[in-house]
Design a protein around this ligand. Structure first.
Ligand code: FPP
Length: 235
């Protein structure tokens, strides 16, 4: 496994609903199982030397789901932050929630702020959780804020980070993983994934596991990244 150092992995955690439905359970049970898998994959990522892990937990389009599912997802996120902050502190994992905050319940916003403050000094890995996140919204909002200033890649990325409440520069995504069989980006980190390697798996998120992460990292290790250029030996 060659993926170490300043490595940014982003994951679209899809398939919770189907995992539950196949077992005759409500979709919310799939999300609960999904949250358990988040804990395992966060720990496995830190062990693997991943520098930044960004997880898509709740997209802005997810507000369109039935309200009991939305409420259970937001509650789950709040519980996750309450229970996992201590574990992240122990493992020196810095928590940062990216996305809009103006539409979230106030209790969740307080939980986010607490987790971020308590783990602000942690340096081993940065765990970014995307909540009420829409890449298109972030880009539009950054453009609006840039209207009066100088705009280049650096200033634009700083504005994007400000819009997203991102704690500093997370860097471009190196590897984007999507579980659950679909092959699309779903408005996730569109700017940051400009040169990301994409990895799709049919495995449903609640079954992804450390083995799933290692399979993705191994696949990534075999990719040839050229960033639009040619390899030195063929130049
Ligand atoms: C997509 O599966 C998944 C989500 C919309 C939510 C992801 C949330 C979690 C994994 C748990 C909470 C997160 C954290 C960080 C604690 P889906 O419901 O669309 O599945 P389906 O495609 O099978 O219906």
């Amino acid at each position: 496994m060659s993926a170490t150092g300043k490595f940014h992995v982003a994951i679209i955690m899809d398939g919770n609903g189907r995992w539950a439905q196949r077992r005759g359970l409500p979709r919310s049970a799939g999300h609960v199982q999904g949250a358990k898998m988040v804990r395992r994959v966060v720990e496995a990522s830190a062990r693997a030397g991943i520098r930044t892990l960004t997880l898509y937990a709740f997209s802005s389009d997810n507000w369109g789901r039935p309200s009991p599912e939305v409420e259970s997802l937001l509650r789950l996120l709040q519980c996750y932050l309450a229970s996992e902050t201590r574990r992240c502190l122990r493992n020196s994992v810095r928590i940062n929630v990216i996305g809009r905050r103006d539409r979230l319940p106030s209790g969740l916003v307080r939980a986010i702020e607490t987790s971020e403050q308590l783990t602000a000094h942690c340096t081993r890995m940065r765990l970014r959780i995307a909540v009420d996140y829409s890449s298109k919204h972030s880009i539009l909002e950054a453009v609006r804020r840039a209207a009066t200033g100088t705009l280049n890649t650096e200033t634009f990325e700083a504005l994007l980070a400000e819009v997203d409440h991102s704690a500093g520069d997370a860097g471009a995504v190196d590897l984007l993983i999507r579980t659950g069989g679909d092959q699309r980006l779903s408005d996730f980190l569109l700017w940051d994934c400009a040169y990301a390697e994409l990895y799709f798996t049919d495995v449903l998120w609640p079954e992804f596991g450390e083995a799933g992460l290692h399979a993705a990292l191994e696949d990534f290790g075999g990719r040839q990244r050229r960033f639009g250029k040619v390899l030195a030996e063929s130049a």
